[in-house]
Write a protein that binds this ligand. Sequence first.
Ligand SMILES: *Cc1c(COP(=O)(O)O)cnc(C)c1O
Length: 454
Amino acid sequence: MRKIPSVDRVLADERLKPLVETYPHERLVKLIRRHLERERTAITAGKKASSPSAVAEAVYNQVKAMEVPSLRPVINASGVILHTNLGRAPLSQEATEAMDVVATGYSNLEFNLESGVRGSRQVHVESLLCELTEAEAALAVNNNASAVLLGLTALAKRKEVIVSRGQAVEIGGGFRIPDVMRQSGAKLVEVGTTNCTYISDYEQAIGPRTAALMRVHSSNFQVVGFTSEVQLEDLMALAERHCTPVLDDLGSGCFLDTNAFGLAPEPMVQQSVALGAGLVFFSGDKLVGGPQAGIIVGQKQFMDKLRRHPLARAVRIDKIRLAGLAATLLHYLKGEATNRIPVWRMIAAQVKDIEERAGTWNRALGGMARVIDGETMVGGGSLPGGTLPTKLVAIGGGRDRNLSQRAARKLRAQETPVVGRIANDILLLDPRSVLPEEDKIVVKALRDLAPGLH
Ligand SMILES: *Cc1c(COP(=O)(O)O)cnc(C)c1O
């Protein structure tokens, strides 16, 4: 035990010099004490004492590991454009600049510059959202899950909300419509069956306690075969006859016509508004292509109830994302979404351009891979059956069954990790979900990959 170095001796070690200059003395002393404590336990267990420099080295390594940010950029070559685990939508340059400006200084977040009195943070996006969707009112909150929770709580607590059984779904990450409904205090009235729901099912369920009819976009699955779903038009007409609103959870929330990109039609926010939805809910960071947010558009009479509800404060959006959202919405109003918003740039990318980039990636691998036809998924709770044609760089699939796993691990270990997907023992890298500006990083990673993989 006497061989255990003193705190001062460890602290004086050459190795810790750079840390002594940057970290507070007490912080380093605390870390060293913890290491020496472990040393004591180890010696009690029969181990030999470490030298002061060995302890200093361990402390140094711990501090250096702590300094590496846990959350860091990766390249999404997975072929899923809106990948929730990889942070969903990357932002446009204009959006990130707008966020940077607001983050680094004060702003007129809730301050009316004309009158000099308190204002609402919602003014910074409401008129843009109303212009874009032709809705009477708009509200931005923390995310779409909280938007739906706020809407149901403010409008339907202790009342009934009618939902098709085929739409009482789980979106993923534990977001289940029946659970959200329970949390809001609204009573879920499920109608129809898993595969078939008719307008008469809704009609029979409407009663004096009905607060709303709800539609949930089946954003991550498809029911095929013998199915029947009520069209939004018909649901709206029924709701209007009974003077009850339709709440429309669109999930992704699309402003552009996906048909124009060879994709299956994704319900558009403007259509729901035009048909007369009471409230429409969608995410800011799915097909909108902005920062995380929950966006609600619809009729003022309902929105006012949401604004006044105490939960609105609990789920409010922060200033930084508000700035990013406004900049993203402006891209749509200027008609430049497919040139500026990364998600739409990826969707709109031409296969011939992707093929050329795949060729460059493939050459960086020096003959160990090949370019094949493939499909990109949009993902993020949109277009469950729709994919885009693409060209993939394929690694593995030969006799060496582990090649794809080894290559994937090596690419994840890069300074900027490159994430692909593995199917049938083949590692697939999709240039469509990578912005051309990032190709340099990918090519460097692929050059480093080839040697030493066998
Ligand atoms: C994604 C999704 C949500 C949740 O949205 P978040 O922004 O992730 O909170 C809710 N409803 C539907 C239909 C969705 O697809």
